[in-house]
Design a protein around this ligand. Structure first.
Ligand code: ADP
Length: 190
């Protein structure tokens, strides 16, 4: 099963991708996690991406396409994967189609949330992390978050039309409790 999870920052992509990866026994491939790892390891890619991510903007397409193409080629992704945070632009989606060749996507799951709630969710998550003495993401602040939401609206939301036209798009209400969202996703895939 080759899946894409689409949704704005704070929609719960990471949480749901993790749950689906357990249920379906396929890896969760998160470009956000890969990039954050690259930043903390100070690799060439990480050095290129760090400031862009901190501002909340998207890193260049060729950089993430390269990362994901290498990751998909690994043996654990042969029987499928869940892409979390990729593709994020139409150019990335077209590159993904090329990378996949004859093994195209089975389904694109859109997590839909009232964007009014997203700011509260993410800032709440950052506050919670701070209280627990955990690391807070460099881009979980009001300024970067509004850039991330704008990037989603302008660059990523058009992907829903791209995938709807291919008959791949399924939309799930992600403002429900977490377990209900998971159940709705599983049902959408079935
Ligand atoms: P969120 O969905 O909460 O914004 P992610 O962890 O998916 O968080 O992404 C964090 C940041 O990593 C993005 O704001 C962007 O800078 C970068 N990033 C992740 N995936 C991509 C991608 N596919 N294309 C461009 N930039 C990306």
């Amino acid at each position: 099963m080759r899946l894409v999870l689409l949704g704005p920052p704070g929609a719960g992509k990471g949480t749901q991708a993790f749950k689906l990866s357990q249920i379906l026994a396929i890896p969760q491939l998160s470009t956000g996690d890969m990039l954050r790892a690259a930043v903390s390891e100070r690799t060439a890619i990480g050095r290129q991406a760090a400031e862009i991510m901190e501002r909340g903007e998207l890193v260049p397409d060729d950089l993430v396409v390269g990362l994901i193409a290498d990751r998909i080629a690994r043996s654990d992704a042969v029987s499928g994967f869940i892409l979390d945070g990729f593709p994020r632009t139409v150019t990335q989606a077209e590159s993904l189609d090329d990378v996949l060749g004859s093994h195209q996507l089975n389904c694109v799951l859109e997590l839909k949330v009232d964007e009014q709630h997203l700011l509260d969710r993410i800032l709440g998550r950052a506050m919670q992390a701070r209280e627990n003495g955990e690391a807070v993401r460099a881009d979980d602040n009001q300024e970067a978050l509004s850039v991330r939401l704008t990037a989603y609206a302008n660059q990523t939301r058009p992907l829903t039309h791209y995938y709807a036209a291919k008959g791949l798009l399924k939309t799930v209400d992600a403002s429900q409790p977490m377990d209900r969202v998971t159940a709705a996703l599983v049902e959408a895939i079935a």
